[in-house]
Design a protein around this ligand. Sequence first.
Ligand code: AQP
Length: 326
Amino acid sequence: MSRVFSGVQPTGNIHLGNYLGALKQFVELQEENECLYCIVDEHAITVPQDPKELKKHILDVAALYMAVGVDPKKSIVFVQSQVSGHAELGWVLNCCANTGELFRMTQFKAKSAGKESVGAGLLTYPVLMAADILLYDTDIVPVGNDQKQHIELTRDLAIRVNNKYGKTFVVPDGRFLKAGARVMALDDPTSKMSKSAVNEHSRISLLDEPSKIKKSIMKSTTDSEGVIRFDIENKPGVSNLLSIYSALTGKTIEALEKDYEGHGYGDLKKDLVEVVVESLAPIQEKYKEIRESKELIDALNDGANRAEAIAQKTMKRVRDTFGLGL
Ligand code: AQP
């Protein structure tokens, strides 16, 4: 049995990219592995957050995990800040990371672009992510493609410590899906779909109403060729719509290209609206039930206790490795 760890930031409602890139894997993996799924609230504060909204979003994301099928009886579902080992190991690993490698992270470059000054947490975010993963002796990290560089850094840090001090950390592997690993923004298919993008029509959130889903998909950027075929380089918009369609229905891209031979983009978009609305309806129904239930907080507290027990063992080993404490 492998140990699996992943997390999502409570920075807004989970969108199709988060779902297809990460959450779908969470559900698959929990059947045959020991899984820890975290709501990474300490990552969220690397950019300013409204405290009341953040607290609400933590529960929203937890309820969405469960609504898509993460079962808190099978998996450990918990909130990052309830286990102090994340911040503690984050500090230890900060002392092992080089500033040069952190400045090279593309996510840091993107989120700090054009700003005169940003919080130091934005720079060291990938180190905290490494701590999240290494704290649980994780073997597998199911994530979207955008996290590849951060997983590489996690592996580098683990190997660096193991080489210098002797085996301390398990070196994890990222797990990326073929379909859905990188869902692009609907208004700009050259950027990834993101919770924090200003244009709400750039994404489809799992809780969007059918009318909003329709508007976002019908407005989505395509091209002027008028032929429905998959070609990321020259037709990123149409390719993105085909990828979403394929990931939600299980139909291959080739089969979709055949189905839509001779059809216009309007037909593809209309059908995709139906596919998305139908796929999200059962998730939305379950979400409402779970979000209002008392069991949600009980499940998260129980998850935090179970995660804490694993984290304490790792932190004892880490303190011994680095000669910290008595
Ligand atoms: N567009 C995407 N396509 C596929 N996977 C994606 N993920 C994020 N965007 C896409 C995956 O979702 C998981 C959780 O991501 P996160 O919330 O921790 O952080 P993020 O990658 O920064 O996501 P967002 O939506 O872009 O949030 P903001 O806007 O707040 O930064 C990860 O596994 C990620 O790979």
